[in-house]
Design a protein around this ligand. Structure first.
Ligand SMILES: [Zn+2]
Ligand SMILES: [Zn+2]
Length: 418
């Protein structure tokens, strides 16, 4: 019988994992300088959390959730995104009692039951940040500039930042009405999904990826023209600080959030080599969500990066795994024991050490050292055991140095020759 991973759920193998490590390390490093701390959240939550937060008329809830009942007949869901579980934990553990802004980051797998295609998997990974407790547009700009700095650090070129305001509960109804008015006479042009969205959530027609719908919405009213005074002021503030922080951006009023709890600032980072539809990161402000989950009235803003998409943009990925620092060959069982002990001591010092596990010939051990691209080789046979010295062969510059069979001395020579 042959087993295979589930459809749309991928193994991540070396050398690609080195790209993942690079991204994660850069994220941790930068998040720390901005005062974000890691929060580790479960991948499974009660379904109610997502129905509440994401909204029942979104694609995610309508068709993409991995929902099932557990043995106690509870409806549970593999998280399709990170913000809702985060806010659940934020409220559950009263993290709002810490002085604002409360800043957290998370990384890990998310699950959506989509048709697998290039760049879209059913299990995918996100790195996200959430900052709560501050309404001031200065933090919106700071979060966006943090995101761009991170992408730059990872080595992503041509990251285009698009920003808009999507308004608030005060100003969205008028925009919604204007949109419905605009779409009313041309609804025939749109896909079936959009015809349904027209009744339930017409804003989402602006987000449809179907070409007929992209063409059909040319000339639709812009959300910017419907912003209330407070939203306008806030959006002006965001742009003021983006300029102050030298963040290049364009305003794209077409950005729509599939998630109902977003309001005001919305932003996406696109890289057009992935195609215009593919954002590598997206985020926005979600005032009201903490309250929805039973917490106090606290505003929040965050973003999530699609790690798979970032990885596809990284070029020239090497494993970072160049070859062991030392390969210890052994030619007798006594020598085999000695090399096992030495290997342990050297690994404790941070060297990558390989040994031989069988009684194979020196030639075959050397062949293995070669294939692994070992930087140094030490052969331990009967003579070396007697004299307790051995030769360290540097495989790169072909020099040879005699050394005592002692971890300290071997370490000194290898570190010196690096
Ligand atoms: Zn408003
Ligand atoms: Zn459509």
């Amino acid at each position: 019988m042959k087993f295979k991973a589930l459809k749309g759920i991928q193994d991540i193998l070396p050398p690609e994992t080195s790209g993942w490590q690079r991204i994660e390390a850069a994220a941790r490093e930068i998040f720390k300088t901005y005062g974000f701390r890691e929060i580790r959240l479960p991948v499974i939550e009660s379904t109610e959390i997502f129905l509440r937060s994401i909204g029942e008329t979104t694609d995610i809830v309508e068709k993409e959730m991995y929902t099932f009942t557990d043995k106690a007949d509870r409806s549970v869901t593999l998280r399709p995104e990170g913000t809702a579980p985060f806010v659940r934990a934020f409220v559950e553990h009263h993290l709002f009692n810490e002085p604002p802004p409360q800043k957290f980051y998370y990384m890990g797998p998310m699950f959506r039951y989509e048709r697998p295609q290039a760049g879209r998997q059913r299990q995918f990974h996100q790195i996200g940040v959430e900052a709560l407790g501050v309404e001031d547009p200065k933090i919106d700009a700071e979060i966006i500039s943090l995101l761009l700095l991170l992408l730059e650090k990872i080595g992503i070129k041509d990251a285009q930042c698009e920003v808009t305001s999507i308004g608030c509960v005060q100003c969205r109804p008028a925009f919604r009405a204007a949109l419905k008015d605009f779409f009313k006479d041309r609804l025939g042009l749109f896909c079936d999904d959009c015809k349904r969205r027209y009744e339930l959530n017409p804003l989402r027609i602006l987000d449809c990826k179907v070409e007929a719908c992209i063409n059909g919405r040319q000339g639709a009213p812009s959300v910017i023209d419907f912003l209330c005074g407070d939203c306008t002021e806030h959006f002006n503030g965001v742009q003021y600080y983006l300029k102050l922080l030298s963040v290049p951006y364009t305003v794209n009023p077409g950005l729509v959030r599939g998630l109902d709890y977003y309001m005001r600032t919305a932003f996406e980072i696109k890289n057009y080599s992935l195609g215009a539809q593919n954002a590598v990161a997206a985020g926005g402000r979600y005032n009201g969500l903490v309250e929805e989950f039973g917490g106090p009235k606290i505003p929040g803003i965050g973003f999530a990066i699609g790690v798979e998409r970032i990885v596809t943009l990284l070029t020239g990925l090497s494993d970072g795994h160049e070859g062991p620092d030392v390969f210890l060959c052994s030619l007798s069982s006594e020598a085999g024991e000695k090399t096992a002990v030495l290997a342990g001591q050297l690994r404790l010092e941070g060297l990558w050490v390989e040994i031989s596990y069988d009684k194979s010939s020196l030639r075959s051990q050397m062949r293995r050292a070669d294939r692994l691209r070992a930087k140094n080789v030490i052969v331990v046979g009967e003579d070396e055991m007697k004299s307790q010295t051995a030769v360290i062969k540097n495989m790169q510059d072909k020099t040879e140095i005699s050394a005592a069979l002692d971890a300290g001395e071997i370490l000194r020579i290898i570190r010196g020759s690096k």
